[in-house]
Design a protein around this ligand. Structure first.
Ligand code: TA6
Length: 302
């Protein structure tokens, strides 16, 4: 790899691109096109993303942290609309959050200059994916890294049949203390509470955390911003072509059931996931493509 700032490294069983740029450092796994570290100078080169201290880098297993890609369905298949469930022949073996995050992606393009580094990874349908999901597609994960993190996931329907997807950029974020962390700009939004029989509720005021939280929020606009306030930082999460977001913290009991996760990790992390889920799921006709994107920008840090 003949680039000024990018080099190929190996993290146990997984190849990765390590980027060392004057403005930031980053690590991008080829498996799942999973960005696991983004360390901008503006954040004293600390990771803006949360990465499990017990992360395992094994072929075919998603890593807990960074931004896993949930595609071509979010969550458990049986919690998706029928239009998405009916596309899968072998429902019982369908992995949670789809298969894109467990597969090896290819490097399609790298561009770098003194201001930013742009990396595009791609995943195309093949006999393996068609066993899991019988459609022709090309996925592109486009990262533009500088002082901010921009990540766009582009789905192209390269076949002759329409297909429907739900998806999420499953962003893990760190906090010094979940009990003193708040998410602004979701007030008055409708959300589905996955922990209370998937009932529809209204968000009153800012989102705070005092127990296991697993909610699917819905927004009027196709572009919306959320602000995460933690004891040491304020982070802007700008979303495009998404009218839904998942907010998750496993708290005590679920933490005990999670892989690559220690019992007290829940105190130091949360997920804010830019999504197209449930009523915001997407139908893509033959020859068409859609894009969902997120930008993380540090608003302020103490
Ligand atoms: O996005 C929230 C969620 O669906 C939770 O219900 C929990 O399952 C989380 O994703 C992590 O899922 P994973 O398969 O990565 O352990």
């Amino acid at each position: 790899m003949n680039h000024a700032f990018c080099k190929l490294i190996q993290m146990d069983e997984l190849p990765a691109i390590k980027i060392e740029h004057p403005r930031f450092n980053a690590i991008l796994l080829l498996q799942g096109a999973q960005l696991i570290e983004f360390r901008p100078q503006q954040n004293q080169f600390e990771n803006v993303l949360w990465l499990s201290p017990s992360a395992q880098y094994k072929l075919g297993s998603p890593i807990r942290g960074g931004i896993p890609i949930c595609w071509p369905w979010f969550g458990n298949l049986d919690k998706n609309p029928d239009s998405i469930q009916d596309q899968v022949d072998n429902k019982t073996s369908a992995s949670a959050h789809g298969f894109a995050r467990s597969m090896p992606w290819q490097i399609k393009h790298i561009q770098e200059d003194c201001h930013f580094v742009e990396v595009t990874l791609s995943l195309s349908s093949d006999s393996t994916t068609k066993e899991l999901w019988p459609f022709e597609f090309e996925l592109e994960a486009k990262f533009v890294l500088s002082n901010t993190l921009k990540f766009a996931l582009v789905t192209s329907n390269t076949g002759s049949l329409p297909f429907s997807i739900s998806q999420a950029l499953h962003t893990y974020l760190p906090t010094q203390d979940i009990k003193h962390s708040f998410i602004h700009s979701a007030q008055n939004s409708t959300y589905i509470d996955a922990l209370d029989s998937w009932k529809e509720k209204q968000q009153v005021g800012k989102v705070s955390f005092s127990g296991e939280t697993d909610r699917l929020y819905f927004f009027e606009d196709k572009e919306y911003s959320l602000r995460l306030e933690t004891p040491t930082q304020s982070l802007l999460i700008n979303n495009k072509n998404s009218q839904s977001a998942v907010i998750w913290n496993p708290w005590v009991e679920k933490s005990k059931r999670l892989s690559q996760f220690s019992p007290l990790d829940f105190q130091k992390m949360l997920c804010i996931e830019t999504a197209n889920v449930l009523s915001d799921a997407k139908k893509i006709n033959a020859g068409e493509q859609i894009e969902i994107s997120v930008e993380l920008a540090i608003h302020s840090s103490q």
